[in-house]
Design a protein. Structure first.
Length: 319
């Protein structure tokens, strides 16, 4: 695998349009007592699918611009500082006066399973066609424009009609995945998991054969390249000319949170590095990145091009 910095123009960059949250969690030490104060651990971390993917891309040394909105509250300052520390450019994002930053708070039980969550993400509705129109020239000059499905369907429709840069999409969840329905024929790359692919294609994905059928349906809908993540089974990569299935790398799982975002970033990085890279190799890069994420205790791992290269080489030696 080549170092992209030797093969692409210094003017090339990726635009990510999507959400950025402050995540706040509470984990009780013992069995939860309802309607009472429970001793435990309270933590905060910067999250949001768009931000997570942007951070992974920046760690992979891709010049990355996150187009999002955030408030002028305390959380907004933390979000801004985090992006600066992680080399995510916010030149085309906007800090909105007198508004709360997108925040997600959840409480788990003593085992770590979530009991309840509250999302305060109304600010994301400010990523409108009017907001993006002011930034359209910059978006269209990007090598890749990556979208997360937290965007409103009307905003995605506008992007599909006006953005000429190659569109990459992360489907986020079964609730949000249908937001892409009307622009599937505009997507250069889409990465759903098995449940999301089932929803978008109408084919229930349970194994490799049904995944292939779902991929064929989605390709017929106009997606140029589809990557169906099947968790522990692997990832199916498909376009009109080729189809490849890549099994997961041998991995000691520490934390499953963030592997999907890291895999999406790796797929984007692989195209940014070499636009005509074979599907099977892109799948291996995605699986290598996901393995690195699964072995990290962070939602965004300390991934680097060198670590991806080492993971690919170790898997080759093992097989």
């Amino acid at each position: 695998m080549m170092n992209y910095s030797q093969t692409v123009s210094p003017d090339d960059y990726v635009v990510v349009i999507g959400g950025m949250n402050m995540d706040i969690f509470g984990m009780p030490s013992d069995k939860v007592v309802d309607r009472d104060s429970n001793p435990g651990i309270v933590g905060m971390s910067v999250g949001g699918v768009g931000q997570n993917i942007a951070q992974n891309l920046a760690h992979l040394e891709v010049p990355t611009y996150l187009i999002t909105v955030y408030g002028d509250d305390y959380n907004g300052q933390l979000l801004k500082t985090s992006c600066e520390n992680n080399h995510i450019h916010l030149d085309y994002a906007e800090q909105l006066a007198h508004q709360r930053s997108s925040t997600y708070m959840y409480i788990t039980d003593e085992t770590g399973d979530m009991l309840v969550g509250v999302n305060d993400m109304d600010i994301c509705k400010q990523i409108t066609p009017e907001f993006l129109k002011q930034r359209l020239d910059f978006i269209n000059d990007a090598t890749i424009c990556l979208l997360d499905a937290n965007l409103d369907p009307s905003t995605l429709n506008w992007i599909g009609a006006h953005v000429t840069a190659p569109l990459f999409g992360d489907t986020v969840s079964t609730i949000k995945a249908p937001h892409f329905d009307s622009i599937l024929d505009k997507m250069t790359v889409l990465k759903p998991n098995a449940l999301e692919a089932s929803l978008l294609s109408g084919v229930k994905v349970t194994d490799l054969n049904t995944a292939k059928h779902a991929a064929e349906v989605l390709l017929d809908k106009g997606i140029a390249n589809i990557f169906i993540s099947m968790g522990a089974q692997g990832i199916l990569c498909a376009n009109k000319d080729d189809m490849a299935f890549v099994k997961p790398f041998k991995t000691t799982i520490v934390n499953a949170n963030g592997a999907g975002d890291c895999g999406m970033a790796a797929i984007t990085w692989s195209y940014f590095d070499e636009s005509d890279r074979p599907l099977h190799e892109i799948g291996r890069i995605a699986q290598a990145a996901s393995s690195i994420a699964l072995e990290s205790d962070k939602s965004v791992p300390d991934i680097t091009p060198k670590l991806v290269q080492q993971k690919l080489m170790s898997d080759t030696i093992a097989n």
